[in-house]
Design a protein around this ligand. Structure first.
Ligand SMILES: CC(C)(COP(=O)(O)OP(=O)(O)OC[C@H]1O[C@@H](n2cnc3c(N)ncnc32)[C@H](O)[C@@H]1OP(=O)(O)O)[C@@H](O)C(=O)NCCC(=O)NCCS
Length: 133
């Protein structure tokens, strides 16, 4: 298993995952500045990524997707990103119904600070979660 920074040739795989999982391509909606970092996890037939935005003070986890769920890869990648962001206050948003993701975020110290009503296009609420590293 390998975790590495993304390169331009990963973009098609990232877009494909986003389309399958979110129904739209998140990467195309993000500001195309240099503050985004994508880490890729690869292992045989496993492919996943985590997308992070940070400036000098704060950080946001924008997205994490693994193509094969519940085999432990998501947590490996998530922990890797937390190590990368050591010292930052990190926020993220997650669908109220996304129990796997919420389980992982709480397990690694994130707390819900507020609910964003009707945050998603289907009107589902989001939890805004925060961790002080
Ligand atoms: C969220 C995601 C990245 C997690 O990666 P993963 O590889 O599936 O997760 P892991 O296998 O590392 O860990 C799953 C954990 O959730 C737990 N879990 C499984 N099903 C669960 C459920 N229905 N409710 C709560 N927890 C659950 C597992 O027990 C495990 O926790 P544990 O190690 O403490 O026992 C992955 O599921 C995914 O790509 N989901 C779709 C995209 C997505 O929702 N991304 C997050 C957007 S904010």
């Amino acid at each position: 298993m390998k975790i590495r920074k993304s390169n331009p040739s990963d973009l098609d795989n990232i877009k494909k995952l986003e389309k399958e999982v979110y129904g739209y391509i998140l990467t195309e909606q993000l500001n195309n500045d240099e503050l985004h970092t994508h880490f890729i996890l690869e292992d045989e037939n496993i492919f996943g990524y985590i997308s992070i935005w940070h400036d000098e003070l704060k950080a946001q986890i924008e997205s994490i997707i693994i193509n094969d769920k519940n085999k432990g890869y998501g947590q490996i990648l998530f922990k890797y990103a937390l190590d990368y962001l050591k010292g930052y206050t990190i926020t993220l948003e997650v669908r109220k119904s996304n129990s796997i993701a919420i389980h992982i975020y709480e397990k690694y110290g994130f707390k819900t600070v507020t609910i964003r009503k009707n945050y998603y296009s289907n009107n589902e609420d989001a939890y805004l979660m925060l961790k002080e590293c």
